[in-house]
Design a protein around this ligand. Sequence first.
Ligand SMILES: Cc1cc2nc3c(=O)[nH]c(=O)nc-3n(C[C@H](O)[C@H](O)[C@H](O)COP(=O)(O)O)c2cc1C
Length: 169
Amino acid sequence: MDTLTAIRTRRSVRRFEDQPVEQETIRTILEAGFCAPTARNLRPWHFIVLRDMEVRRELSKAAGNLSRLVDGDCVIFVCGDREVQEREEFILEDGAAAVQNMLLAAHASGLGAVWCGIRTEKDLHEAVRRPLQLPPNILPVAFIVLGHPSEHPEPKNRYDESKVHWDRW
Ligand SMILES: Cc1cc2nc3c(=O)[nH]c(=O)nc-3n(C[C@H](O)[C@H](O)[C@H](O)COP(=O)(O)O)c2cc1C
């Protein structure tokens, strides 16, 4: 699949077949994450690949969208190291770029995936931090739920001329 086709046809997938994702495909997706641009090329990311359903079930009991952790065959947590990149806004931006690369790689590999944000409320961060044994300098940014899709949402053209500004607002 070429890049523009992948970008245009990617949709969030939230329903999955009960079928494992191959280790090699996970590696390909992670490689796509590592290809993303980062501020000052500091590459502050760490990726935690979660396959263990017991750990995921435990984590999913916490509030909010963490319930999604039990969907799909595999979850990738995207984190950033505050000791590598001190500016939190760049950790978030670097993390977001990696997430989008991985979503596109997953889609191009025939998988489905959904980006799940992690709100910065302290209790939610703590809910993730303890079971994943994150060191204090590691900031969780988002997680991606991945698997073989059992739904295939239609591509949407969201181009909106009214939101495009040339030279000035
Ligand atoms: C920062 C961010 C956080 C998101 N968090 C969630 C989430 O917690 N749960 C979820 O189901 N989808 C989540 N999404 C996916 C969006 O709902 C989805 O991208 C949006 O509805 C557009 O649909 P599409 O991805 O199919 O184009 C998130 C997307 C982004 C960019």
